[in-house]
Write a protein that binds this ligand. Structure first.
Ligand SMILES: [Zn+2]
Length: 437
């Protein structure tokens, strides 16, 4: 509407102008050499306007002809771009339909039409992967990883391949780089934590894991692996604070304190742990500095005082007394251990040793008979407690942060149970050492 009004206005002005010019009297005369032109003013005005219009259209035409090849190229490029995008879309559709042949065909077309486009590289890599050509897809992912804006896509592809190949060290490195390229991806963080556990990078696993992870177990393992005494001390303390009933955590911390020349604090930690959950390893650590048998008995008595009446306390005292040749005391403690519920093979074997020591010291027939009787009892007694994985049931000589058989973290517990426990994964509950039968 506005255009129509404008056009009408222009027309009115032009008509008015023409009318005004026509009304002006007079001629224009021009002399060039021997030629003389003479015309009325309206005619000259109209001729000038016509000349201007002709010149204008000539210039436009020349410009159009000069720009023609560029415009043609641009049109071709746009067409190519559109076709390339269609090829990428079709490749994605084929990938979604798990059709490797079609995906490879469309990806090749996309690469030809859009040689520098990250999307074309991505579909090319993915289709090669789907077609079972890991070398080809790896090459594409590598090129993708070099493009700043698409690096994450390339690294993610390489990470997936490393995981498929079981190359945990490479996968951990790629995951680290991928997180740098695109910080904050939650799945990547948990993947990194999983890889850190797999590769035994405990400090890293600890830093990456959430509160649901068995932190005491990981901190203990990290403390044991650390070569920096200060860091090891901090990790061991964290482990102990996270679960003061986890014997390996207690011992990691106590060992660090002892190494740092703070034996009293180390002993206090072990005394407290003994009160919570007595464990033979705690007794070993506590008695270690003492080599004289009678002094060891005194020390055992002191530690037992923190869990009086506990079978483990009585067993430890019985062992110390036998080593000091106090067979009467040893027998009394061993019987107390059985009475406290420790009807285990190791206790009956110890009783047999006590009776044999007595027999050797001139205890006579009765002592020999008692030794045989104790050995007979040891065969029908309950099993000794040991480290066992509650996930797969495998038994281990020593504690492991991750089960060497099934790889589960935080499931190797101290137990005297026989049947494999089918418990749900509850790290905090499972981490506590159970030395009682
Ligand atoms: Zn296991």
């Amino acid at each position: 509407m506005r255009r129509v009004i404008g056009f009408l206005l222009l027309a009115v002005i032009l008509v008015g102008l023409a009318y005004g010019l026509g009304a002006i009297p007079g001629d224009i005369t021009a002399t060039v050499g021997t030629y003389t032109f003479q015309a009325s003013l309206p005619i000259v005005t109209i001729a000038l306007i016509l000349l201007f219009l002709i010149l204008y259209f000539l210039v436009r035409l020349a410009a159009l002809l000069l720009s023609a090849p560029g415009r043609f190229g641009r049109g071709r490029h746009q067409r190519q771009q559109r076709q390339g995008e269609f090829a990428v879309t079709r490749a994605f559709a084929a990938l979604a339909a798990a059709d490797p042949k079609a995906a490879r065909r469309e990806a090749a077309r996309a690469r030809r039409l859009l040689p520098d486009a990250p999307m074309a590289l991505l579909v090319s890599a993915e289709s090669a992967r789907l077609a079972g050509k890991p070398e080809e897809s790896e090459a594409d992912y590598r090129r993708l990883a070099e493009i700043p804006d698409a690096a994450f896509l390339g690294l993610r592809g390489l990470l997936r391949q490393a995981l498929d190949a079981g190359d945990w060290t490479l996968a951990a490195d790629l995951a680290r780089r991928a997180e740098l390229a695109h910080p904050g991806a939650v799945w990547l963080r948990s993947e990194r934590a999983r890889l850190a556990l797999r590769t035994g990078a405990w400090a890293e696993a600890l830093a990456l894991s959430g509160p649901e992870a068995p932190r005491a177990v990981m901190a203990t393992a990290a403390a044991e692996a650390s070569e920096d005494p200060m860091q090891a001390m901090r990790l061991a303390k964290d482990a102990y604070n996270a679960d003061p009933t986890l014997t390996p955590a207690v011992l990691a911390y106590a060992n660090r304190l002892r190494a740092a020349r703070d034996p009293r604090r180390a002993e206090q930690i072990v005394e407290r742990a003994w009160a919570r959950a007595p464990h033979p390893d705690l007794a070993r650590f506590y008695l270690e500095p003492e080599t004289e048998p009678l002094a060891r008995v005194k020390r055992a008595e002191k530690l037992a005082g923190f869990a009086p009446g506990h079978g483990e306390s009585a067993f430890m005292e019985a062992q110390a007394c036998l080593a000091a040749k106090l067979t009467g005391e040893a027998r009394r403690h061993a019987q107390a251990a059985v009475a406290a519920g420790l009807d285990q093979r190791r206790v009956w074997v110890l009783i047999a040793d006590i009776e044999e020591a007595d027999a050797a010291a001139g205890g006579g027939e009765a002592a020999t008979f008692a030794a045989h009787e104790a050995l007979r009892r040891s065969h029908s007694a309950g099993p000794d407690p040991r480290w066992r994985c509650t996930a797969c049931g495998a038994e281990h000589e020593s504690w492991h942060p991750a089960c060497p058989v099934c790889g589960t973290v935080g499931q190797v517990v101290w137990t005297a149970e026989t049947a494999p426990a089918q418990r749900a994964v509850m790290p905090a509950a499972l981490l506590s050492s159970t030395a009682t039968p």
